[in-house]
Design a protein around this ligand. Structure first.
Ligand SMILES: Nc1nc2c(ncn2[C@@H]2O[C@H](COP(=O)(O)OP(=O)(O)OP(=O)(O)O)[C@@H](O)[C@H]2O)c(=O)[nH]1
Length: 336
């Protein structure tokens, strides 16, 4: 699956054709996305959404259907508010259309689940749009252990595969191990890592990473940050500072700020997300470890309650185990 798209050269003459629209995925890429998404939601599907099959097997339905649907959605960690919204919308349409067949309810449920995931809007991420002059800067935030470092490595690997030169910035200077871990991944992926001594100023690391990207004409910069939550206010101040340093170098950057959430923590992740979005302008979510949980319904809560798009899903521990998030693919895999 192609992730990154280079900014086309500026048109030579005024009036010359603008950049072409993003490439449509090839049938092979579609198949790959389908396989990866299916694998990532396997547990959620088996755990909760699998029960939908039996519900909709009956040709008609009665009022108990709504309670059962609510139980399934909440069980998968969509949260009460999001579950109620989806089901209210389905119910209204059922009433309006005078639906009698459960197969039609299933169709409406599918449509409303997709609509929820599309609520944050459908603007593609900066790396896929091809409208950012390099270096494209991605700031990555999230609590320790969420899967930040692994996700950064996976992203770097994917962008590199697409032909981009990538530089990583180890701005989690709080833990020496974090820098070491990023360096190990950098070597494995084959991308440069800019790092300072433990305890150094994370802003200085960000600054040097951008400078290195500029001088080497890199396409993409990904900056790792600290994620200790026990000194929350310090952490948020530190993140704000990193963000300011980046903006001083390039006022349009960071072009994306991604919050990595551990999908296995379900609704807890939502609370974390609120803390981070309050401090830095998060533009998207990465749901790491989606393959390891039956709580994949959290994706609906993220879209509906935070209004943030999910950009990537973690589908396993290997370098290739990262997939772009596709609302239709996601819902169809859950309902399969
Ligand atoms: N199954 C699965 N495991 C994952 C995924 N992403 C990360 N992990 C695992 O989750 C653990 C934590 O990942 P890290 O990348 O070290 O997490 P981090 O947020 O950088 O944590 P710190 O380095 O402690 O800040 C590792 O064992 C990863 O292999 C995923 O998508 N699926």
């Amino acid at each position: 699956m192609r992730f990154w798209r280079r900014k086309p050269a500026e048109p030579q003459q005024p009036g010359e054709a603008p950049a072409p629209p993003p490439d449509e995925p090839t049938p092979e890429e579609r198949a790959e996305l389908h396989e990866q998404t299916g694998r990532a939601v396997e547990r959620t599907r088996r755990g909760f959404f699998g029960r939908l099959g039996a519900l909709f097997e009956r040709p008609d339905f009665d009022d108990t259907l709504w309670d059962e649907l609510e139980e399934i959605l909440i069980g998968a960690d969509t949260g009460l508010e999001t579950a109620s919204t989806v089901l209210d919308r389905v119910r209204q349409r059922v009433k309006k259309e005078g639906v009698k067949q459960s197969a039609r309810v299933r169709e409406l449920l599918r449509e409303e689940l997709i609509a929820i995931l599309r609520e944050p809007g459908e603007t593609p991420p900066a790396w896929a749009r091809g409208d950012v002059a390099p270096p494209l800067v991605i700031l990555v935030v999230g609590v320790n252990g969420a899967g930040k470092t692994t996700t950064i490595a996976k992203m770097a690997h994917a962008f590199k595969r697409d032909g981009a030169t990538v530089i990583l910035g180890a701005a989690d200077t709080f833990r020496a191990a974090a820098t070491d871990q990023l360096k190990v991944w950098g070597e494995r992926v084959g991308v440069r890592v800019v790092a300072h001594q433990p305890g150094a100023d994370p802003g200085a690391v960000a600054f040097d990473t951008l400078a290195a990207a500029e001088s080497s004409k890199a396409d993409i910069v990904i900056i790792d940050t600290a994620g200790r939550l026990h000194t929350k206010s310090n952490l948020m101040e530190e993140l704000k500072k990193v963000d300011r340093v980046i903006k001083r170098k390039d006022p349009s950057a960071p072009h994306e700020t991604l919050l990595v959430l551990d999908a296995t923590t379900g609704q807890n992740g939502l609370l974390q997300a609120r803390t981070f979005t309050g401090a830095v302008g998060v533009t998207g979510i990465v749901l790491a470890k989606l393959d390891g949980t039956a709580k994949g319904g959290i994706a609906f809560a993220i879209a509906h309650e935070l209004g943030l798009p999910v950009r990537f899903i973690g589908t396993g521990e290997r370098m290739d185990d990262l997939a772009p998030f596709d609302p239709v693919e996601f819902v169809d895999s859950l309902l399969a």
